[in-house]
Design a binder for this molecule. Structure first.
Ligand SMILES: Nc1ncnc2c1ncn2[C@@H]1O[C@H](COP(=O)(O)OP(=O)(O)OP(=O)(O)O)[C@@H](O)[C@H]1O
Length: 466
């Protein structure tokens, strides 16, 4: 659909865009990303024919861009530019109708029935029908953005060029606009090239991304190939971390600010923060810990600072709906709490701190072999470590737990939950495999605490005999 061949150009004979080559296929949603001043808008202006190239060629549907007459080009390419300004007090419908200009025979032609229908459809698609008779200048920035998008769609282009289309739009309209563009590319074969500043939106919606830097095309690849920590951190000169989107295979990048956890948030997790009460035991941290857990609430990966084990004879599945109410009633905030359930008596919880060189592990285990047959395991690691180490910690802890349970021939636990919580401060720990320093402490802590917790639970039901 579009072929850009060795394109070079810029302003006042200064060549900003340097020898750029890429192709865009029909129905693609191509994102253009790059820091401020990297040449994205200039490239888009070249593609729309507004800015002449100094060298190289641009082909649209196999034909040189230069050979298109303006009206002919407007039937193929529509542009939604970054700062659409309204010098005239047109109504919304009149503004959208201007998109039909390229399809009209002469100047100031009345709209045909077909034009009217296309304008109405474009307004409907962009959700602006109710503003049809409003003056453009009375609309908000986001509403105007949608009017100009409707105008571009009314042009019935085969190629749509957009410069930061989500500018001024709130979250819900950003989603609506990008969902619409995605649907138009898939269902109608519209080809879209859009500049994005929001890299996560670009990664989520685009088939392919072009990364520009200093007028050069640095990357032309699928989002996973472009949105890489080392690439984006270096081009944008900002510390970035990548994480997976929770539902779709799109990379999501998060910005790291300096001193995120701050001085006041440093600390160590141990028995001082553990409180044992009649219906629960809980651990309250003054700062957030990075967690992975299979808790009734706060499960998966996250950041939490309250950890609660509620003693109830009900099963975790039955109680999941009530967990939030319980936490709220007890003064815990659901969003920052990992909550678990156990029939084990809180006073039977077994816990211990194990010190390593520059790090420590605090393990907490509650077991119940009277009612539900369950065991909950908490592991707090005072150290800095990666997601891989979280996974290794679960493996190592599970191996130690099974070994401890073998002593009691009690391997058929019905309910088992685990929490690994890291302070992400201090010493960097590279492994939690069984033979690593961290793995050894986890194994020791879980083996000892599980053994103690089991003995306490058995003692309770056997009236003092294990
Ligand atoms: N009309 C112009 N005359 C001279 N220089 C210009 C003109 N328009 C842009 N430039 C310069 O060209 C460079 C690239 O601008 P461009 O707008 O293409 O970058 P961009 O990547 O779109 O930036 P942003 O993300 O800030 O929108 C900038 O340094 C800018 O100052």
């Amino acid at each position: 659909m579009i072929r850009v061949q060795n394109v070079t150009g810029g302003y006042d004979n200064q060549f900003l865009i340097q020898n750029i080559c890429f192709e865009v296929n029909k129905g693609e949603l191509l994102g253009v990303i790059g820091p401020n001043g990297s040449g994205k808008t200039t490239l888009l202006k070249m593609l729309s024919g507004v800015h002449k190239v100094a060298a190289g060629d641009i082909f649209i549907k196999g034909k040189s861009l230069e050979s298109f007459r303006p009206k002919e080009l407007a039937k193929v390419i529509a542009v939604l530019s970054q700062h659409s300004e309204d010098h005239f007090s047109y109504s919304v419908k009149e503004t959208v109708s201007l998109g039909r200009y390229a399809h009209q025979k002469g100047w100031f032609q009345a709209l045909t029935d077909k034009d009217e229908q296309i304008v109405a459809e474009a307004m409907e698609l962009t959700g602006i029908s109710r503003y049809a008779d409003e003056q453009l200048q009375h609309l908000s920035g986001g509403e105007r953005q949608r009017v100009f998008l409707a105008q571009a769609l009314a042009q019935e282009p085969e190629i749509l060029l957009l410069d930061e289309p989500t500018n001024h739009l709130d979250l819900s309209f950003q989603k609506d606009l990008l969902d619409l563009l995605q649907a138009l590319t898939k269902k109608q074969g519209l080809t879209v090239i859009s500049i994005f500043h929001d890299l996560n939106l670009a990664g989520l919606y685009c088939n392919r991304l072009l990364l520009m830097d200093g007028g050069k095309l640095l990357k032309d690849d699928v989002p996973y190939g472009v949105l890489r920590e080392e690439v984006i951190s270096s081009v944008y000169e900002a510390e970035i971390k990548k994480q997976p989107h929770p539902y779709v295979p799109a990379p999501q990048l998060v910005l790291l600010s300096e001193g995120m956890q701050g001085e006041s948030s440093s600390g160590k997790i141990g028995a001082e923060q553990l409180t044992i009460e009649k219906s629960q035991f809980s651990l309250q941290s003054s700062f957030y810990l990075k967690t992975i857990s299979s808790g009734v609430s706060g499960s998966g990966m996250g950041w939490h600072r309250s950890f609660v084990n509620w003693q109830t004879n009900e099963s975790p599945i039955k109680c999941s709906a009530e967990m939030d109410d319980y936490l709220k009633a007890k003064g815990f905030k659901a969003g920052e709490t990992v909550g678990m359930i156990s029939a084990g008596k809180p006073e039977d919880v077994s816990y211990a701190l194990f010190e390593g060189e520059g790090f420590s592990v605090f393990t907490v285990v509650i077991a119940d072999v009277s009612i539900e047959h369950g065991i909950n395991t908490w592991i707090f690691i005072n150290g800095m470590f990666s997601d891989e180490v979280y996974i290794q910690s679960i493996i190592t802890a599970t191996e130690a737990k099974v070994k401890a349970l073998e002593q009691f021939q009690e391997l058929n636990m019905k309910n088992e939950c685990i929490l690994i919580a890291g302070t992400q401060q201090g010493e960097t720990l590279t492994s939690a495999a069984r033979i690593s320093p961290l793995g050894k402490l986890i194994s020791q802590g879980i083996y000892e605490c599980t053994t103690n917790a089991m003995m306490k639970s058995l003692k309770r039901i056997n009236g003092g005999f294990c």
